[in-house]
Design a protein around this ligand. Sequence first.
Ligand code: NAG
Ligand code: NAG
Ligand code: NAG
Length: 384
Amino acid sequence: MKSTLSLGCSDTKEYSAAMRGNGSILSDESPTKKSRPQLHNSAVKRTMLTQAFCLFSVFGCGILISLYRTIHSISSTDLMTKPTSPARRSTMTLDEYPSWRTERRPQNDIAVFYNLYVNASTDEELIHVSNIIDEQFGSLQPWHRPVFVHSIGQEYPIPNTTLLQHHEHATEMVTLRSLWEYCHEEQNINASVVYLHSKGSFHPSAMNDQLRKFNTLGALSDDCSNMPHTCNVCSSRFSPFPHPHPPGNMWQAKCSYVKHLNDPAQFERDMKIVKHTTIGNIPVHPSCLGAERFAAEHWIHSHPYVEPCDLYINKRYGWGYEQLEEFVGIQDFQLVVGPRYPRSDWRIGCPHSDLNHRLNEYKILYNMVPKDDWWGWEFWMEEV
Ligand SMILES: *[C@@H]1O[C@H](CO)[C@@H](O)[C@H](O)[C@H]1NC(C)=O
Ligand SMILES: *[C@@H]1O[C@H](CO)[C@@H](O)[C@H](O)[C@H]1NC(C)=O
Ligand SMILES: *[C@@H]1O[C@H](CO)[C@@H](O)[C@H](O)[C@H]1NC(C)=O
């Protein structure tokens, strides 16, 4: 499944003009592009104003944020009342949990759900698939068991795993659905789960190899296996743009969170409704919204209860494939509560990546307004 995304986060603060008349997404967007789209949302202006005030009055800032939210909730869409007190999120890093540095083995085993796609017509292609499996399974820790598999395309048994089902044609939603069902079982209420897929098994490329390695090492890392109580989803990167997602879509998550999510089997349909309700027929690339085949990548971060954790220390990588070549290995990981850096440091690259769209989507998907400790309050109130 070759992604058309090639945008990453860059150090420049330019936005890219995301929308084209034909609705195609900008690959190879020039980072020197100066055009900053008119953000029709006056919320941004108000936030900038708030920010300016904050420079003069650090202590008054909380009040201003409350005021901002009050104004905003009156003037914007018909969302229910939003919390009016400033966010109270913990930003502890793993360093502040020293006990986890010494005992790295989690209390319970962690089930792995593996989505295997095989469509090989030559021996060479089969060897490629087998290498991918060896590479990913080589990163499993002793506590990563059992391993449940859905295979798609050709049958390809993997020793010491439980094959849940083979499909001639399917999407990774079948595997996500099994994971979601597992999390609904009473005895797994305290469990964590890992989601992995054989990225690049059909489209071999250096970029796919790098993203797969980056994703697999993060999802199976000690840091994610010992997730602090301040997170419920842990991945190499948590990107708030263009929609909340773990780029590449491999992660570890707590079942207590996963069971709140909508049924993955229905999620593409759900995202279609989101698009239809918020944007209508205006052409926007589905990757900007987490719709269509990008819905799978949006699913795990789609609920307002999400408490994302992020591992990768390198600020030059945001999302997509760009700038990932600098990633070396687990030495580049250090867990923090996400998003890892402030909004002004992200390259957005798409329309409809703003606070209003997030709130509208939560309303449509989950009929909810995020609580006070939602990651997005602080993120969107910060610098612009
Ligand atoms: C395998 O790939 C070919 C194109 O190379 C495609 O026509 C076919 O539908 C694919 N099969 C499956 C099961 O995805
Ligand atoms: C399967 O698991 C058994 C027991 O843990 C182990 O001895 C064996 O080497 C494993 N087989 C493969 C192919 O990994
Ligand atoms: C889940 O954790 C709680 C609190 O530690 C414990 O009381 C309960 O027995 C656990 N449930 C299961 C099914 O492990």
